[in-house]
Design a protein around this ligand. Sequence first.
Ligand SMILES: [Zn+2]
Length: 260
Amino acid sequence: MKRNLILIFVAVSLVALFGIEINADVQQHLVQKGDTLWGISRKYKVPLKSIAQANRIKLTKRLQIGEKLLIPGTSIQDAWYFVKAGDTLWNIARHYNVDVRDLQTANGISSPRHLQIGARIRIPNGEELFAFANPLRIPLVVTSKYGYRPHPVTGRYQMHEGIDFRAAMGTRVYASRAGKVIFAGRKGGYGKVVGIEHEDDFTTWYGHLSRIRVKSGQWVSQGKLIGLSGNTGISTGPHLHFEIRYKGRSEKPTQYLTIQ
Ligand SMILES: [Zn+2]
């Protein structure tokens, strides 16, 4: 009798807890003009992947104004990974943008080099790197924002289709995301420029380079060295001009790229 009471108590508690969690944990976001999944993820401090999973959408989905998105609770933060042949903990850590030591601690792994194929790795706060990575691997300093501005050389008020990052002459420039090089050469005011086509209709462009290290048609992984920054084309000094385009139209890079 006593045992039954305890079981009922446990069941009722679970329902109550679960109910509370559903109500308190899931919010709705009404998509506004200019919203991106990246921006929404930052606003609610919920991993991109959790939002995508909760809404059964791809991370590159174009949001519609007025669309309702479920924002899951921040408690859904751990990702899981199943080890494949050739994996190392370093690769996995890089893929999820987490520290390798955190993976070791979370999974009780002493040697990051030897992983058992098929083993399940817990990724604390893990979020897959679908996003665009820093093309410079140095802290990004914005010297000119995306959007309308008086052109620094011509003085004409016009659209700045990308963002300018401070970069001394010869700073290494890396592919922000994996893809196929679709342009590597000189192009008008861009000077020496590399364009990379990514999945789902995104392209990235890297302008005013002093050296180009890739060829058109070449596939590059995220973080691949593609050139050195410079001052070619119409430019007032060495810097990196970086663009993210979706279906050919420029997007605000800071919606995709975290700038500390
Ligand atoms: Zn620029």
